[in-house]
Write a protein that binds this ligand. Sequence first.
Ligand SMILES: [Fe+2]
Length: 487
Amino acid sequence: MTNILINTWTSLLPVDDDHPYRIGAWTPQTNEWNATEMAVQGEIPQDLNGVYLRNTENPLIPALDRYHPFDGDGMLHSMSFTHGTASYRNRMIETKGLAAELEHGSALWAGLAESPKKSIRQDGWGARTRMKDASSTDVVVHNGIALTSFYQCGDLYQLDPHTLENLGTTSWNGVFPAEGVSAHSKVDESTGELLFFNYSTTYPYMHYGVVSANGDLVTYTDIPLPGPRLPHDMAFTQNFSILNDCPLFWDEELLKRDIYATQFHKEMPTRIGVIPRHGTSSDIQWFECEATYVLHWINAYEEGDEIILDGYFEFDPSPTMPPNADLNTRLFRFLDLYALQSRPYRWRLNRRTGLVKEGPISDTITEFGMINNAYAGHKYDYTYSAMPVQGWFLFEGIIKHSVQKGSEESFRFDDGTYCSETVFAPRTNSQSEDDGYLISFTTNTVTETSDCVVFEAQRLSDGPIATIRLPEKICSGTHSYWSNQNL
Ligand SMILES: [Fe+2]
């Protein structure tokens, strides 16, 4: 094993930290590693070539008052595969916010569970809606560069997808939107375009844009909404992009007093907006659907007059609290996907009639679904979702679901081992949609170790075919990405 310790960051967190989302599987790291020749159980496939990236919330600085795991500073992990070998790196995402807080010696911004009135920085600098722009939510690879992003709309931080070299923020030749970019921008592998949105507390409340394959912002348009909203994800088909206005949002009157309280309005529809890929606000067609909140979409495609849209429908977006719930239970209720009852669901949006047919695909509680990226925007069959842990924002297994046939196959890790959002990596010269591998990072809280696990996507329940030991236990996080880009 060759593990080279590249750098160790200084953590300002207490040594005897007991915050439930900074211990166990959520223990932040301070070390940055380069690792090759890692111990492998099984065999790394020769026809697995590309890079698996995962962003994590990895705080180095205590919160002003109440830490929420979505406040954590970004740390990016990469596992590059080439012809039967693998190499691993991890790096802090060197955001301007992290640098400012380290220089200050303590937190400058209030987090998600804190009042923005408590922020020491009150000059509007940071994520565009509020908070430090931690760039810790999501990652994609566009135009050969890894782009990390933050769900409260911020800059896009650029890193080399293999070396994780810090390449600064993207400017798109000087026209990067003042409103920032949300997490969950989408790369269309067919065209190389990057599709994105942002949202804010002021009119028009949302924008949508397209960046060309070579990095030029070619479309940017207002998406007027009835008020401030909390969209988290978008989807696309070959010709359309799909935005949303779910009836769970900040109270507009309270917002004027800087109070960010969310409320679910079960009497209001979920509105799904369909816009031509390079359209403007006048081209958008809104569809009214059953009230819910959709954290993540799975995929979308066109079929005749219809747009088929798959995502996770929350059957209880605002779960009631158990009696005598403690502070942490109240703070983290929206992290419990069992409480939210998040299930795969299909919307059929008829562009000609404006009518919607909708309903569940499966009764299984899952979220964080990934697909074969080559099928994004196209008719597809398979999604690979995370099996959440009841009461926690952790994943204990992987489930492969056929959205066309309705079949399911799963793999559950040993007790105390938690996986990441799991990507599909096509085999070199892949012959079918699921001809390839599933890749995830795991954190074992019993042995205090982490691995990168590789499964045959057509034989998920058989378990990993390769288990690669990482230099140290890594922190849990949110989103990941597979890029076919070779070393
Ligand atoms: Fe997300």
